[in-house]
Design a protein around this ligand. Structure first.
Ligand code: UT7
Length: 324
C-alpha cells in the first residue's frame, strides 16, 4: 500500500462584476468579433475595490471545505498559487490562513504564473506523501486586473480575476492507476523564454508593481508543443493512454490552444472542459475554476480519470493525472 493524495472537496469564487467584450471602450480599437475569434473569450470577472486575491482565495477555500464536509481545524497545510499576491510579503496563503481562523499548520505561496496550480497541487501531494501533512487546501487565486495595462489591447482583453480551491486528503492506494488520487505529474520550466511573458516591475528591480507584458504570438507558437510534451510524459509515467481519460481540464488561456492541444493528443472534444469563454485567462485560478464548474454541473464524478495541464510565464509548464 502507498499514500495517495485524494481530492475530497472543490470550491470557487469569482467577483460579481462581469465585463463583456462589448464593454471595452472604442479607444481600445478592439471588437467582440476579434476577441471571440482569436481566443474564445466572451466575458471575464473583474474584482471590485476591496476584493483581493486573499478575499477570493478565502471564499473558494471555504466553499471547498464545505464541499468536503470539513472545517479549517481539519487542515494542516495551505498552498496558494498566485502571481498577484496581496502584498510582496507575507505570503497571501498566510493571510488566507488567518482569515480562516487557523493558528495551526503552515501556509505558503507558489509562483509559477499560469502553471501555478499544477505546481501547487504537485507540492501539496509531495508534502502529503512525505508525511508532513494529512489534509491540504490547495488554492489558485488571482487578480490580474490589477497588473494589466488597460490601454494595451494585445493583453488587457485576455485576462480575468477569480479563485478555485481543492481539499486534498491522505488516503491509501495500491500503486495502480485504478487508485483514487494524484497518479502522476510532470513539471517543466525554461527561463530562456522569460521575456515573452512577464511583469515589468518588482520589489528588487524597479521597486514598483509593474504591468503584464506579452509577446502573444511567441507564446502561442510554443504553447501546444510544450503542453503536449508534458502530457505525454505524464501519460507515460502513469502508463495510461488518451483513450482512457474521462476529462481533460486544460489551462484556459485561448480556445485555439486548447483545441489544438486536444487534437494533437487525440482527446475528444466532448471530454474537454472549456470555461475560457466566461472567465478569460485567470492564470493560476483557471484550472481549479474549470474543475469546480465541471464538478458542480455533474460532469466530473468520483472515479473519473482527469488530466490537468497548464503553461505560462517563465516559461513554466506542467501536467497532472488524477483519479477523482
Ligand atoms: O496563460 C499564459 C499563456 N498565454 C497564452 O497562452 C496567450 C498565447 N497567445 C495568444 O493566445 C494569441 O497569440 C493572442 C490571442 C494573444 C493573439 O492572437 P494571434 O492570432 O496570435 O494574433 P496576433 O498577435 O498575431 O495579432 C494579429 C493582429 C495584429 O494586427 P496586425 O499586425 O496583423 O495588423 C494585432 O495588432 O490582431 C491585432 N490585435 C488586435 N485586434 C483587435 C491584437 N490584439 C487585438 C485586439 N483587438 N484585442
Amino acid at each position: 500500500m502507498m499514500i495517495r493524495s485524494i481530492v475530497r472537496g472543490v470550491g470557487s469564487a469569482v467577483p460579481s462584476r462581469i465585463m463583456k467584450n462589448s464593454d471595452f471602450g472604442s479607444e481600445l480599437e478592439t471588437s467582440d468579433e476579434w476577441i471571440v475569434q482569436r481566443t474564445g473569450i466572451r466575458q471575464r470577472h473583474i474584482a471590485e475595490e476591496g476584493e483581493t486575491t486573499a478575499s477570493l482565495g478565502e471564499k473558494a477555500a471555504r466553499q471547498a471545505l464545505d464541499n468536503a464536509g470539513l472545517t479549517p481545524d481539519d487542515i494542516d497545510l495551505i498552498v496558494l498559487a498566485t502571481s498577484t499576491p496581496n502584498n510582496t510579503f507575507p505570503a497571501t496563503a498566510v493571510d488566507i490562513q488567518n482569515r480562516l481562523g487557523m493558528n495551526h499548520g503552515y501556509a505558503f505561496d507558489i509562483q509559477a504564473v499560469c502553471t501555478g496550480f499544477v505546481y501547487a497541487l504537485n507540492t501539496a501531494d509531495l508534502h502529503i506523501r512525505g508525511g508532513m501533512a494529512k489534509r491540504a487546501l490547495v488554492i489558485g487565486a488571482e487578480t490580474f486586473s490589477r497588473i494589466l495595462d488597460w490601454s494595451d489591447r494585445t493583453t488587457c482583453v485576455l485576462f480575468g480575476d477569480g479563485a478555485g480551491a481543492l481539499v486534498l486528503e491522505a488516503g491509501e492506494g495500491a500503486g495502480l492507476t485504478s487508485d483514487r488520487g494524484i497518479l502522476a505529474a510532470s513539471l517543466r520550466s525554461d527561463g530562456n523564454h522569460k521575456d515573452k511573458l512577464f511583469v515589468d516591475g518588482g520589489p528588487s528591480s524597479t521597486g514598483t508593481v509593474g504591468h503584464l507584458r506579452m509577446q502573444g504570438r511567441e507564446v502561442f507558437k510554443h504553447a501546444v508543443g510544450m503542453i503536449t510534451d508534458v502530457v505525454e510524459a505524464t501519460f507515460s509515467t502513469a502508463g495510461v493512454t488518451a483513450e482512457e481519460l474521462d476529462w481533460f481540464v486544460p489551462h484556459q488561456a485561448n480556445k485555439r490552444i486548447i483545441d489544438a492541444s486536444a487534437r494533437k493528443l487525440g482527446i475528444a472534444a466532448e471530454k474537454t472542459v472549456i470555461t475560457v469563454d466566461r472567465h478569460g485567462n485567470t492564470s493560476a485560478a483557471s484550472v481549479p475554476l474549470a474543475l469546480s464548474v465541471a464538478v458542480a454541473d455533474g460532469r466530473i464524478k468520483r472515479g473519473d480519470l482527469v488530466l490537468l495541464e497548464a503553461m505560462g510565464g517563465g516559461f513554466t509548464w506542467g501536467a497532472m493525472l488524477l483519479r477523482w
